[in-house]
Structure formats: structure tokens, C-alpha cells
Design a protein around this ligand. Structure first.
Ligand code: 6PG
Length: 233
């Protein structure tokens, strides 16, 4: 049974303030406990206003490592690159923004390289923040030939390469992504989505749990921690 708590807002601005405030608190708590913090944050369009609010938080950013939950296998200067968007807004804070895409074209090898990079980091993440696509993918855990690999990867494997099928229209490219086990290893898992259509889809995925056909339903079905879901229309 997935334990989900919904937080509803009247505007994107209000949502962004609240989510950025929560993330700053998670970072501060990790710094208090161990003098370092590791957060995984999503790409796509929904997070952009939140990155900006987060970047304005007064934190000892040099002690914070930021990784993308997933990335598209495109050159680093491609507008579809998640790490590019994250770096543009959060690198000026002084945070250690850490790419997981390497320029390797073969997506399975790219997954291996992403995993190798992540093996160097203190684990688990203090936070994994997830988005969700209209097809029910989360991070880059998509329907397609690699879905089961991403869902069933052993705990020791932190990332895999995936080829979505069908391809998402906004970025029809292969990806690297945190596995389900990596996502659920996080101390806190937070989801941020907007729009009624995504809300309906996510509510259904949560209700269906392990029998959900949607990747996000399959990921959340194994969660042992409560999940916070931030939403506005
Ligand atoms: C990605 C993401 C992905 C994202 C959803 C939602 O690289 O595609 O990390 O999981 O969160 O696609 O994207 P939007 O916020 O743009 O709708």
C-alpha cells in the first residue's frame, strides 16, 4: 500500500516556494547530520521555476552534490540535456553539479558509465525528487524493452541505460536513469507535478500499485517511505 500525501497549491509560484523550502530544509538537515548532502533532481520543464527558487536559498552550497535523476543522451549543450538546465541555474550557487551522462553513444554502455560515476558518491541520496510524464514515466523509467531492467536492477546498481518505446515526443532519445532501487533508497522521495490530467493518472497509478501498467505506479508500489506529492492545476 503506497502511503502518499498530497500538497495542493493555487499557483505554480506557491508550489515552487513550498518545494524549494522543503528541499532547502532537507539539505540543511543532511548538513547538520553529516556535513554533506546529496540530492537527485528531475529534468523537464516543471522543475525550472523551482530550481530558480532553490538557487536563491542561503546554504553552504559547496557541501551539496546535485545529480539529475536521469538524463537524455544528447550533447551537453543540447537544450534537451537535463544537466545543462540544472547547471545553468544551480552551478552558480557553488553546488557540485554532477552529470551522469558521459557522451557514450551506446545507451547500455552509457548506463554502465552513469552507474560507475554514481558509485563514487556517498549513498543513498538525501532526496530523490521525481517528475512524471503524461505517459506515466518517471525519471527515465519508461515503457519499452528496458523497463524491467530499470525496475528489477539489484540495489548495488545505481543507474541503467534505457530506450523508451514509444519514444516521448518532447525528447525522443535514449536515456540513463536511476533504477527503482536507487530511487527508493533515498531518505525522502518527493513528486512534483502540475495539471489535472497528470493528477488523475498518478492517483490511478497509486491505486493500482504493483498491477499498474505505468512505470511510476510500478516504482512507487515498492516504496517503504511515505511519498509527498506537490501539485497545482
Ligand atoms: C526527463 C525527466 C522526466 C520528467 C517528466 C516530466 O528527463 O524527461 O526527468 O521524468 O520529470 O518527463 O517532464 P515535464 O516536467 O516537462 O512535464
Amino acid at each position: 500500500m503506497i502511503e502518499a500525501e498530497w500538497w495542493d497549491y493555487d499557483s505554480v509560484d506557491e508550489l515552487a516556494d513550498a518545494v524549494a523550502g522543503d528541499i532547502a530544509f532537507i539539505i540543511e538537515s543532511a548538513l547538520d547530520a553529516r556535513d554533506s548532502a546529496l540530492i537527485a533532481i528531475p529534468g523537464g520543464s516543471t522543475p525550472i521555476p523551482i530550481y530558480a527558487k532553490l538557487a536563491a536559498a542561503k546554504l553552504p552550497w559547496k557541501k551539496v552534490i546535485i545529480i539529475p535523476t536521469d538524463d537524455r543522451l544528447v550533447p551537453l549543450d543540447d537544450p534537451r540535456s537535463n544537466i545543462r538546465a540544472i547547471a545553468q541555474i544551480l552551478l552558480p550557487t557553488g553546488a557540485r553539479v554532477f552529470p551522469i551522462s558521459t557522451g557514450i553513444a551506446d545507451y547500455k554502455m552509457a548506463g554502465g558509465a552513469a552507474d560507475a560515476r554514481l558509485q563514487d558518491l556517498p549513498w543513498p541520496p538525501d532526496l530523490v525528487w521525481l517528475g512524471m510524464g503524461e505517459d506515466g514515466h518517471t525519471a527515465s523509467i519508461f515503457a519499452g524493452p528496458d523497463l524491467q531492467d530499470a525496475l528489477d536492477a539489484p540495489k548495488a546498481l545505481r543507474a541503467v541505460g534505457v530506450m523508451p518505446d514509444p519514444m516521448p515526443a518532447d525528447a525522443p532519445v535514449a536515456r540513463v536513469t536511476l533504477t527503482r532501487a536507487s530511487i527508493l533508497a533515498a531518505k525522502t522521495v518527493t513528486i512534483v507535478i502540475t495539471g489535472q490530467q497528470k493528477r488523475d493518472l498518478l492517483e490511478q497509478a497509486i491505486a493500482d500499485g504493483q498491477s499498474s501498467k505505468l512505470p511510476i505506479g510500478r516504482v512507487l508500489a515498492e516504496a517503504e517511505q511515505a511519498i509527498d506529492i506537490h501539485w497545482c492545476a
